[in-house]
Design a protein around this ligand. Structure first.
Ligand SMILES: [Zn+2]
Ligand SMILES: [Zn+2]
Length: 344
């Protein structure tokens, strides 16, 4: 088959690659119809995260059609349209037994290679995945949109893990792909005000198109005043942070009310600086949210019923053979791209 292989850091090559084979009776061979480039692939591209050790076929946000199923597979058959969890979890450990598949002790992420494992991913014509991580696609949902189920699931997971009340005022820091998905799912879920915060004016415009009540620049010297005006002088009840660096996390902490919570989804910087006194003396809850555990059907249903729309977030849909050029554009932050989907 053809695959996009990272032979060395910052170099993707469209190559002939061995066809993946079913290794267990519960395995499924999927022909990839669309695969999205994740921010974590872009950050892994230069080796800075240590999570994409070459050689590796990256890609974990994908959808496709089943071409072969193992003998023990009963829930799926050849020809079914599916997506799959980015995490291959064991189903047996303490965390899996608690329904926290994202925290599995034996967790392996597709398209990731680190010191513990190497699992080639979906930047390829075919991939093999176990049946328990597959999810059927709703009828009519195009593959390139279905490839965004994983980020939509990440957004849904963060929201499910946040103690939200119906009329809470919520601020979302970072209007990139995940931030905008958080905004859309919140808009479909709660009645309170939603405030987007992003330094980039074009991203604030995207957030506005999804119905936020205000889109503000964190660098605005009047920010505090504007936030107070929107929140009865208190600050936002809940804040989502979808960047993962010191400055946006400080912004998130500065706009939340006393006793409120900040849900941390962004994961760019391994270490950040936190204003400790503000967190302690204002009694804030900082909540980490990782990946997905069970939110795939929710994300798919929201997309199928058009409660969320990923189409405006797709900056480009391009052939897999052009993957290197698109990865470089994303890496060099050319043209403010949100999501790039590749078609094998
Ligand atoms: Zn991802
Ligand atoms: Zn497990």
């Amino acid at each position: 088959m053809k695959a996009l292989l990272m032979e060395e850091y910052k170099k993707l090559k469209y190559v002939d690659f061995p066809d993946p084979k079913l290794e267990s009776d519960h395995d499924i061979l999927v022909r990839i119809k669309a695969v999205a480039i994740c921010g974590s692939d872009v950050h892994g591209f230069d080796g800075s995260t240590g999570r994409r050790l070459p050689p590796i076929v990256m890609g974990h946000e994908a959808a496709g059609e089943i071409v072969e199923t193992g003998k023990a597979v009963t829930a799926f058959k050849k020809g079914d349209r599916v997506t799959f969890d980015s995490t291959i979890y064991c189903g047996k450990c303490f965390f899996c037994q608690n329904g926290q598949f994202n925290l599995c002790d034996d967790r392996m992420v597709l398209g990731v290679s680190c010191d513990e494992y190497r699992r080639h991913g979906a930047f390829a014509e075919y991939v093999v995945v176990p049946d328990h991580i597959c999810v059927p696609l709703p009828e009519g949902l195009p593959y390139e949109e279905a490839a965004c189920t994983e980020p939509a699931g990440v957004a849904a997971h963060a929201i499910r893990n946040t103690p939200l009340a119906l009329n809470d005022t919520v601020a979302v820091v970072g209007s990139g792909l995940i931030g905008n998905l958080v905004i859309q799912i919140l808009r479909a879920s709660i009645s309170g005000r939603i405030i987007a915060l992003d330094t980039d004016v074009s991203r604030r415009e995207v957030a506005k198109s999804f119905g936020v009540d205000a889109a503000l620049d964190p660098a605005d010297p009047e920010l505090d005043k504007k936030i107070k005006a929107l929140t009865n002088g208190r600050g936002a009840d809940r804040v989502f942070e979808a960047v993962g660096a010191t400055a946006p996390i400080k912004t998130a902490i500065s706009v939340v009310r006393k006793g409120g919570s900040v849900t941390l989804i962004g994961n760019v910087s391994p270490q950040v600086e936190i204003p400790l006194q503000a967190v302690v003396s204002r009694q804030l809850s900082l909540l980490g949210s990782c990946a997905i555990s069970g939110e795939y059907p929710i994300a798919l249903d929201l997309m199928a019923r058009k409660k969320i729309n990923v189409k405006p977030l797709l900056s480009a849909v391009a052939p897999l053979s052009e993957g290197d050029a698109w990865m470089n554009r994303l890496y060099n932050r050319e043209g403010n791209l949100l999501k790039v989907v590749l078609i094998p």
